[in-house]
Design a protein around this ligand. Sequence first.
Ligand code: SF4
Length: 396
Amino acid sequence: MILSFPNMGPNWVAFKTLFEALDPSIKVILPDPTNREAIKVGVKYSPEFVCFPFKATLGDFVNVIKKGADTLVMAIDCGPCRFGFYHAVQERLLHDMGYKNVRLIPLDQADLLEFHWVKTLQEVSGKSGLFSYPKFVKAVIFFLKKAKLLQDIQTAEGLFRAYERNQGDTTDVLNNILIKLDQTNTLKELRNFKKVIKEDFNKIDVDKTRTPLRVAIFGEIHISLEPYVNVDIRRKLGEMGVEIHQNLSLWDWVSHKFHLNFHRRWLEHLSHPYVPMDIGGECQWVLGEYIDRAKSGFSGACHVYPFTCMPEVTARTIITNKLKKMYDLPIIFFSFDENYSYEGMRTRLEAFVDLIESRRKHKLGIERISYEEEKNNFYKSNGSHFFQECIQLIQT
Ligand code: SF4
């Protein structure tokens, strides 16, 4: 079996481990990083009105089929938006395109405590007996550990890039560390990997006197996590000297689906007066994040989503018409599709950064607080334990 799955940023590291550890006879191949060609193919064969992530992932599938994949895994949800239909429609399209022998396996992640995913993994490995149990447990543990470490890497990257003296250093460390994490295949090494992350990021030459602006990025999961489709917005903003905070990650999503993500519960509580239920995408959590970040001293927020995404457009409308009048947090919206150009985005990002910088200057002038003081106050009251450890590295 030659198995693959679509791109979603650095999360290939966790999914590759999951399937390889499940059964050594499974050969996992990765799609090329999403590119213009893959998008063109996805757009050509997809219904015109369908969501952009559908088109991008279809393009990835065609790419890996041409490289020899015969089994594709696609996450599915119970809806309530179009995500519930991706797998079935994509399989039909691939068969119509002539790839009749390709199997598309749906990985149900609607509620991970219903354990449908166990059956799926057993189907993939072709084994369900007692003897396959240790391998199964190992695969799941490795997947979860790598997903958590990927979140830590994302945290460090968002912080260090704002302080790097030589543009590109953080990106180099990031690319190297992903390869290292991919090659880490014992539990002992995984336990120590946080140390490796800190050591590697600590090698970056930083200017600790900087007082970066702090921007939170949130939105639809595929657009938020896949750099090609979001025109690498984290890097672009980071290289403008902005510190990036992003809760959304594979780990954030999986722990939510295991009902263990209390931060998401908090965001649901905040958004409840405006959207009292899950309407798909990240709508509820986007609203919660906007409110939460506004109360936590952030300089700005950035909402990214696919063009025509119903739940995210709903969130945008509520933020624009309601929340922006109640909370003092500037926000910029980016809706991406296959026609998005970097030039337009760069101009808007530069204007946004100028705006939030002048707002900060004005505010601190009125409050008679220095930039340094404001930065320290922010760091004292925000961020995970790992974020605080990274701050220590920068400041010492
Ligand atoms: S969240 Fe948006 S982009 Fe994703 S499937 Fe639903 S409607 Fe489409």
